[in-house]
Design a binder for this molecule. Structure first.
Ligand code: SF4
Length: 372
């Protein structure tokens, strides 16, 4: 039974310099897009009570409160359903196109229509760095957004940060995290800057990037700082106070099925992984036609179970894997397990295996040994 749904809102008013996500500034297509999104939901959603619903982007905060409400009304939920919206701190724009930040009225509206978790793309509190990466907000707007959200009733607030930015020192990054802790948020996600083809930085070669060793020091220092302040490091990039793990993301890492709705959204239902059309125009023409579909073999499922499961700091449960796939995990992967345990990059846990903090730094190399 599918228990999670992801909804992609593919609009952004401008492009951040590190971003290669699928997003467009064609706001004039928003109304048509939302109509087609409803058509896709009506076609595929079978009425299960959802554990999680997640609005990602792009920029979901481009939607009006009523537009969120219309989409939410399509789903069956319980009082425990986690409903997350990713929001940008520059928020919401009036008809005059001036940023209004994330106002109390807007956030209270979101809370009243059932959104109970927000994830803010803070990235850093350093105003110069925010300009250099072409974010539209400033540090004051992040603080206002968190304070307004707290006043509006939100008790589950997440902030995203990027480390390894041009001209960013470890001290500057740790200062960002201290400010986040002080604001009293429940969840923090950290992403190392990675410059992929298609983004502005890829073509414009930013100067003064911290090297790999400095990035590694930032990551390891962040683990120490956050865990010593009561945060659980529960996934490679994610930290939360007790009981505030992201249920939606845990669904992915537990290799469970989910719906993906909207442009370029990916989903996994009835043993099929699928991806949607990647331009708004193509999607509007036929929102129920997937760009690709791939049937998952047992081998695919096993590899994904390992690949995704090891992202969790609690690691994988080998008894569960042995039962599910009818294998002897430790025998099948004996060489890789011994090698990385010996190097102190993987560790044995009560239930199976997990990365050590140093193992996380080379996780891609280790994971490649579990995949044919
Ligand atoms: S990083 Fe987020 S806000 Fe910035 S352009 Fe990409 S999708 Fe839009």
């Amino acid at each position: 039974m599918v228990k999670s749904a992801y909804i992609h809102i593919p609009f952004c008013k401008s492009k951040c310099h590190y971003c290669s996500f699928i997003s467009f500034d064609k706001l004039e297509l928003k109304k048509d897009y939302l109509k087609k999104l409803e058509q896709e939901i009506n076609t595929y959603y079978s009425g299960e009570i959802l554990n999680t619903l997640y609005f990602g982007g792009g920029t979901p905060s481009i939607l009006e409160v009523e537009e969120f409400a219309n989409i939410i009304a399509h789903f069956n939920m319980s009082k425990d359903t986690e409903v997350t919206a990713e929001l940008n701190p520059d928020g919401h724009y009036g008809k005059d196109e001036i940023s209004q930040g994330l106002t109390f009225a807007y956030l209270r509206g979101l809370y009243d229509v059932g959104i109970n978790r927000i994830s803010l793309g803070a990235q850093t509190f350093d105003d110069d760095l925010l300009k250099q990466i072409n974010r539209r907000h400033n540090s004051k707007q992040i603080i206002q957004a968190v304070e307004n959200a707290q006043k509006a009733g939100f008790r589950n607030i997440s902030l995203d940060f990027i480390y390894g930015l041009p001209n960013q020192s470890a001290g500057m990054f740790f200062d960002d995290l201290q400010k986040a802790i002080k604001l009293g948020v429940q969840h923090i996600s950290l992403y190392g800057l990675s410059i992929e083809e298609g983004c502005y930085f890829y073509n414009h070669n930013p100067q003064n990037l911290p090297d790999d060793d400095e990035q590694a020091d930032m990551y390891l220092g962040a683990i120490e700082l956050l865990t010593s302040n009561g945060f659980e490091h529960y996934e490679i990039s994610n930290f939360s106070l007790p009981d505030y793990n992201s249920k939606h993301n845990l669904n992915y890492w537990n290799n469970e099925e989910y719906y993906g709705f909207g442009v370029a959204a990916h989903g996994y239902t009835n043993d099929i992984r699928y991806g949607n059309k990647e331009t708004i125009e193509d999607y509007i023409q036929n929102p129920t036609d997937h760009k690709f579909e791939k049937f998952e073999t047992q081998k695919d499922k096993l590899e994904e179970e390992i690949f995704l499961g090891l992202r969790k700091m609690s690691g994988i449960d080998i008894q569960k894997i042995n039962n599910k796939f009818n294998i002897d995990f430790e025998n099948k992967y004996l060489i890789a397990l011994k090698k990385y345990e010996g190097l102190n990059l993987l560790k044995k846990t009560k239930q199976g295996y997990a990365f050590t903090p140093n193992g996380v730094l080379v996780s891609n190399t280790i994971l490649s040994e579990f995949i044919d």
